[in-house]
Write a protein that binds this ligand. Structure first.
Ligand code: ADP
Length: 314
């Protein structure tokens, strides 16, 4: 597979502050790549550089096969960018916003209208398209914003935190739209501070922390970096709990909750083995839950920071 985006040794400082500290990225065509990191990690700066809005201090960067430094115009023609701050003009209707964007792309009057209507339909905005964009909900504005990015039929789309601040329903809708775009052949580079979002959407994830990539891989590969897989067994009687502790000596006991945490990789084999031992000892287990490491655990494992509060604070 050829690379839609290829970055080697990208560096950027603002004054004394080193924002990107030698980053390497490779995004395959037709995939979703997620740059995951907390506020201030350098995600937006990376997108601004890759989309030619801000100059890098150093690094070799190719986007859509073009050298970013030598052919910024060619790069611009191949990409679309949707930032955290919407390009939507509230004083126009959704349809007018799209037609204006089509005019900027020199689509011609008829084609502009056709494309605007097609996108309104695709983004579930056909009715809303007649109304002023200022009356739209947050989710509708984001969808219109993304539709505007697509007017020029870009090969590569940069989505900078596309669902920050959206309610769960709007977020899921946005995810579906993003998946549909990729199914249609577009490459997406997505920045997010939501671990779940990267897990849901991305073929590959790079974890960015203080301007450095601290881990890279598929969601599954990254999860393997995190220890902490276990099976949680809850008992109703203290006697059963004590007996189980003797049968399963590697378990970590919590006597107050009558819970045992048994280290386990979550594989079918390991689970079957545990169930056999429970059966053999005729243990009465009240509740059994399998905990596989999630991306939260990964973030903790690779950065050493408990991440959740910081991630959601914005
Ligand atoms: P993220 O998108 O991951 O939240 P940013 O790329 O916005 O991170 O910011 C990374 C760091 O760079 C932050 O410390 C921010 O204050 C700094 N920064 C970003 N843009 C500028 C700028 N134009 N001038 C000075 N500092 C900046």
């Amino acid at each position: 597979m050829s690379a839609a985006i290829d970055v080697r040794g990208l560096r950027k400082s603002y004054g004394e502050k080193l924002v990107l500290d030698g980053i390497d990225l490779n995004v395959a065509e037709g995939t979703i790549f997620s740059l995951l990191g907390p506020n201030g990690a350098g995600k937006t700066t990376a997108v601004q550089i890759l989309s030619t809005l801000v100059a890098a201090d150093a690094g070799e960067i190719r986007v859509a096969g073009h050298d970013l430094h030598q052919s910024p115009e060619a790069v611009r023609a191949a990409i679309g960018v949707t930032g955290q701050f919407s390009a939507v003009d509230g004083l126009m209707t959704g349809r007018e916003n799209l037609i204006l964007m089509a005019d900027l792309h020199h689509l011609g009057k008829q084609e502009a209208r056709r494309r605007a209507d097609e996108l309104l339909e695709q983004f579930d905005l056909a009715e809303a398209g007649k109304k002023l964009a200022s009356t739209y909900s947050g989710g509708m504005k984001r969808r219109l914003d993304l539709a505007m990015t697509l007017v020029g039929s870009p090969q590569i789309i940069f989505l900078d935190e596309p669902t920050t601040g959206l309610d769960p329903r709007s977020r899921h809708r946005m995810w579906t739209l993003i998946r549909e775009l990729v199914a249609g052949g577009v490459t997406v580079l997505l920045t997010t501070q939501y671990l779940e979002e990267a897990d849901q959407l991305a073929d590959r994830i790079a974890v960015l922390d203080h301007g450095r990539l601290v881990a890279q891989g598929t969601a599954e590969e990254l999860k393997r970096l995190a220890p902490g897989g276990h099976i949680r067994l809850r008992f109703t009687s203290p006697e059963e709990f004590t007996l189980a502790g003797q049968v399963l000596p590697t378990a970590v006991p919590n006597p107050e909750a009558l819970v045992l945490q048994v280290p386990n990789d979550g594989s079918v084999h390991a689970l079957r083995d545990l169930l056999a031992r429970i059966d053999d000892a005729s243990l009465e287990v009240d509740e059994l839950t399998v905990h596989t490491p999630d991306l939260d655990d990964v973030f903790f494992a690779v950065t050493g920071q408990p991440k959740s509060e910081e991630v959601t604070a914005r």
